[in-house]
Design a protein around this ligand. Structure first.
Ligand code: RBF
Length: 336
């Protein structure tokens, strides 16, 4: 009997041991794209950064999962990804994602989540990094302000923001930052805000832009994913301008796009995933904020549209950018 018990116990031990070993491979990475990669620079950089980190780690593998534009399906799709048991690390990007990860982390405690462009502190399975997008908004707001004032010195100063939808980082960082930039040029600036309703409808975004340009707006900032291409098309028709966000804006139109406030999302994802694949688990549970001071928020001057602007505008931008990097205005914050 005793022998039988011992045998039974060792079976249980062997089973639990095998289960431990069969847990997700910590070098197996899923990139969960909440939307569609193509047309959204923030997601293109997510995939690029993760691909580079995985390529440099012997034995690591990567699978990109595009969850599509229907946000109501994201939790199920993320659950399927996690429940497959295939992935040790899930990398994703956007402010709504940590909440979904937190719903799954208790049931799948050996899976780790790295979520950028997001903020959640205190969950031991999740590491988030948020960009100081108040600075990012300020940079293009300042440029939009300078260009508008130069072209229409006698008009009541106004600029446009066309967003896919409302969400906390837009309402609390991007929009107030953009307005602060405009008002730093002229406190009389007002902002015309319009909402598309999704992240892909460039025809709707173009219509909204045309009505703003038609009413005398000179510069629009789209925060609309691939829908932003409709704003660029409208700007081209109206011989007006667009300031762009995140990256790769100038490629859309060499003239209409006059500036791009960047985030170093590809570098950030690469760095954080590389450290994780090398065994550094110290970031999980932590929410960090990166900014212009450490170079993760910046401005790309390498576009024909920007280079064609007047020397006065470019000098104004140079001064504003150095000042921002040195901490003035100070948009820093510790929690979100
Ligand atoms: N940004 C994009 O460029 N493309 C998208 O498809 C996209 N989808 C989003 C969905 C949700 C629910 C939220 C909250 C944000 C989304 N963003 C998207 C915005 C993104 O997080 C970021 O704020 C902007 O790209 C500006 O940096």
């Amino acid at each position: 009997m005793k022998r039988f018990l011992t045998f039974g116990l060792s079976l249980v031990l062997a089973a639990s041991c095998a289960k431990g070993q069969a847990g997700p491979n910590p070098l197996s990475v899923a990139v969960f794209v909440p939307g569609v990669t193509s047309g959204s620079p923030i997601y293109e950089m997510l995939v690029d950064g993760a691909t580079k980190a995985v390529a440099e780690k012997p034995g690591a593998t990567i699978k990109v999962i595009e969850a599509g534009y229907d946000q109501s399906t994201w939790l199920d799709s993320l659950r399927d990804t996690v429940a497959s048991g295939e992935f040790g690390v899930i990398v994703s990007s956007n402010p709504s994602i940590p909440e979904l990860c937190a719903k799954l982390s208790t049931d799948y405690p050996s899976v780790r989540f790295i979520v950028v462009d997001a903020y959640m502190a205190g969950n031991p399975s999740i590491h988030t990094v948020l960009y100081n997008q108040m600075e990012q908004g300020y940079i293009v707001g300042y440029l939009a302000g300078l260009v508008t004032k130069e072209r229409k010195p006698d008009a009541v100063p106004v600029a446009g923001l066309i967003a896919a939808q409302r969400y906390p980082t837009l309402d609390r960082l991007i929009r107030p930052g953009f307005e602060a930039g405009l008002k730093a040029v002229d406190p009389a600036f007002t902002l015309e805000f319009r909402e598309v309703g999704n992240w892909y409808d460039s025809a709707k975004a173009s219509e909204l832009a045309s009505s703003l340009y038609g009413s005398g707006v000179e510069v629009i900032l789209p925060i609309a994913g691939s829908g932003g291409q409709g704003v660029v098309a409208s700007a081209r028709e109206h011989e007006a301008s667009v300031v762009w966000f995140d990256g790769a804006g100038y490629a859309l139109d060499p003239e209409a796009v006059i500036g791009c406030a960047t985030i170093a999302q590809d570098r950030l994802v690469y760095e954080r995933l590389k450290a994780a694949l090398d065994g550094d688990a110290s970031k999980y549970g932590k929410a960090e904020i990166v900014s212009a001071r450490d170079g993760y928020v910046s401005f790309d001057p390498e576009g024909t549209g920007y280079q064609a602007l007047s020397a006065t505008v470019k000098a104004g931008m140079d001064a504003a950018l150095s000042s921002l990097r040195a901490g003035t205005p100070d948009f820093s914050f510790d929690t979100f």
